[in-house]
Ligand binder design. Structure first.
Ligand SMILES: [Zn+2]
Length: 624
């Protein structure tokens, strides 16, 4: 997606979806293409970046406005459903009265060729769009009447069961769009105003208009999130998503292993936990709960004595406060935890400190620890709050590569997740930390409260807002329930604490889990990244193939772990499957029990794949 007005893009967060239609035994092609069109879909600088377009077309602040991903709640739907075959979108001045710099008539051709269109909160002021949607924009309006379904339909099914039909709109005075049906079917109305309409502009395509008043509702409001998902499903025929209940999952990370400051900073001093402490107070409590957490490790120890960056793991000394530090023991404890399967090694950067420790207001090396040397800004690595500057991209890249190299050397691990030390990052076009981390090969990078990016070789995608994202600590556990209270169906809670919590309160991990809702489980960083980066594809071979590609490094988790997916089916596809002859399912060529019509009564099927990198194939074909 590009950020220039009026330029077509070929990707909308489903970077690797295929455009190929599906073919089934005895089935016609379900619609496998869809476009999304939305008002206000002009992304903000740091929120929507593809490296392919950034240099030629990226216009920082070309228009203030919210990130489409923050809005299209299906960020995660997208990231988790990258498989959802082929949602393409246009970044366009979608709601202008003039589309002179665009070519909406090309949409007409796309629709005729089987591409479906979703239009969200837009006046679609173009005759071609009006025709595709079977609608005409009349006027803006405000009303607080409840929203009602008008007829049974796949898209609105389930609303009544969830007590969302009628849907209360009291106190929602937001401006809305009044549209007049000209061929479209109205599925939801607000008094005389259509709220959701569907049209069939061509035999194999659909055009849906969603009159949501706030785009963020598509992500945050169960009513609208459900309608968007089912609209997509109805348009596409099927959607593949990870079979993980993210609403009861959390990704837990422990920061600051290996930093030097704990030996000399008055306000952040503690004993780096030893091998024994880690065995008893990290490994055992995690094993007891079948939990896996991440250690965000620093491999560059900033040594004030020698004014050099050293390996932390050789540091054995008595610190300024009389504590006997033994970082080698800590390293062994972390290695034991990795071997026990309860810990993943991830990156916290290289040194957790400013790359430039010499210039004013430094040199930091010799500055007074009771004064300048204690200033918080020294202890951030990927931005420079001390000097009010960013960190140059090349400097960031150097440090990220150092981190990757040394973590491999010290732990034999390949980190995929980055949490920048001090939670500071550079945001501009050329120094954007997300882009640099993607270049270095990370798959996820985050810093609470508002930086949470999916990364791959082509895409830096802002997922901020899909789930709660916070730091906890031994003296702040009271806030935990409130911090986790927001629903998060599309991504796990992202929770951070520090090695300090274990140092100052050895039973911290027990206390933390005791304070958590009992139905929460962990998802590991590598597992999450594996699902987000899996490439799901479809092929018409002998029957219907769904291909799952797990490539390194992003999907390394699946080398030794199985994976599970859910395929959601639209009614039309389900009907066809139910009426088809007996079918058999095979996974990687191994036949499973025969599938009968009753297996398609439900709206979804589960696919369990065995461990192993590379390609897995799920195939559905007629019994021979
Ligand atoms: Zn830190």
């Amino acid at each position: 997606m590009c950020l220039e007005y009026g330029v077509y893009v070929s990707r909308f967060a489903l970077p690797r979806c295929t455009q190929r239609p599906l073919r089934h035994p005895g089935l016609s092609n379900p619609t496998a293409r869809s476009w999304l069109w939305s008002a206000g879909a002009i992304p903000r600088v740091s929120s929507w970046i593809t490296k392919k377009t950034i240099f030629s077309q990226w216009r920082p602040s070309s228009r203030p406005g919210p990130s489409p991903l923050k809005y299209f709640g299906w960020t995660s739907n997208i990231s988790t459903t990258r498989t959802c075959l082929t949602v393409r979108a246009r970044s366009a001045l979608a709601d202008s009265s003039s589309y002179s710099d665009q070519n909406p008539t090309s949409l007409q051709a796309a629709v005729e060729a089987g591409t479906s269109l979703l239009v969200v909160k837009s006046r679609f002021l173009d005759p071609a769009l009006e025709q595709i949607l079977g609608l005409k924009f009349k006027a803006p309006y405000s009303a607080t009447d409840p929203l009602h379904t008008t007829q049974p339909h796949f898209i609105t099914r389930g609303l009544a069961g969830q007590k969302m039909d009628p849907f209360d709109s009291s106190w929602n005075f937001s401006p809305r769009l009044w549209v007049e049906p000209r061929g479209a079917e109205v599925l939801i109305t607000q008094d005389s105003h259509p709220i959701l309409t569907v049209n069939r502009p061509a035999a194999e395509s659909s055009a849906i208009w969603l009159g949501v008043s706030n785009l963020s509702d598509l992500r945050d409001a169960p009513y609208w999130r459900g309608l968007l998902f089912r609209s997509l499903l109805w348009s596409l025929g099927y959607i593949v998503v990870p079979n993980i209940d993210y609403s009861h999952r959390m990704e837990i990370e422990i920061d600051d292993w290996g930093t030097s400051d704990k030996g000399y900073l008055s306000y952040w001093r503690y004993l780096e936990p030893s091998e024994e402490t880690l065995r008893e107070h990290l490994i055992v409590p995690l094993q007891k709960r079948h939990a896996v957490v991440a250690a965000n490790v620093i491999t560059g120890y900033v040594d004030r004595k020698t004014k050099r960056i050293l390996s932390p793991w050789n540091q054995k000394f008595t610190d300024l406060y009389g504590l006997h530090q033994d970082y080698g023991s800590t390293q062994r404890g972390l290695q034991d935890a990795v071997a026990a399967g309860v810990l993943e090694i991830q990156s916290h950067g290289w040194t957790h400190m400013q790359p430039d420790l010499d210039s004013p207001p430094g040199p930091w090396w010799t500055a007074d620890l009771a004064g300048e040397a204690s200033a918080d800004g020294w202890y951030t690595e990927f931005g420079d709050p001390l000097r009010g500057k960013e960190s140059p991209a090349i400097v960031q890249l150097f440090r990220l590569k150092r981190s990757l190299d040394y973590l491999r050397e010290d732990f034999g691990q390949r980190p995929l997740e980055l949490r920048p030390g001090g939670g500071t990052w550079s945001k501009s076009q050329f120094n954007n930390m997300g882009i640099v981390a993607a270049q270095a090969g990370f798959g996820l990078c985050h810093a609470e409260p508002d930086f949470y990016y999916y990364l791959d070789r082509d895409l830096v995608l802002d997922m901020t807002g899909i789930s709660p994202h916070f730091t906890t600590s031994f003296d702040r556990l009271d806030a935990l329930r409130a911090q986790m209270s927001r629903p998060h169906p599309d991504g796990p809670v992202m929770m951070v604490f520090h090695d300090r919590d274990i140092a100052l309160q050895p039973d911290f991990i027990d206390r933390l889990f005791d304070a958590l809702p009992p139905d929460y489980k962990t998802v590991s960083a590598n597992q999450l990244i594996g699902y987000e980066h899996a490439q799901v594809d479809s092929e018409s071979a002998d029957g219907w193939d769904v291909l799952f590609n797990y490539n390194e490094p992003y999907c390394q988790y699946f080398r030794n772990h199985g994976s599970s997916w859910t395929i959601w089916l639209s009614d039309s596809l389900r009907d066809k499957l139910q009426s088809a002859q007996d079918l058999v399912v095979s996974i990687d060529g191994k036949q499973l029990p025969r599938v009968t019509a009753t297996d398609f009564v439900r709206e979804s099927l589960e696919i369990d794949l065995p461990p192993g990198l590379g390609s897995h194939k799920w195939n559905l074909s007629p019994v021979r």
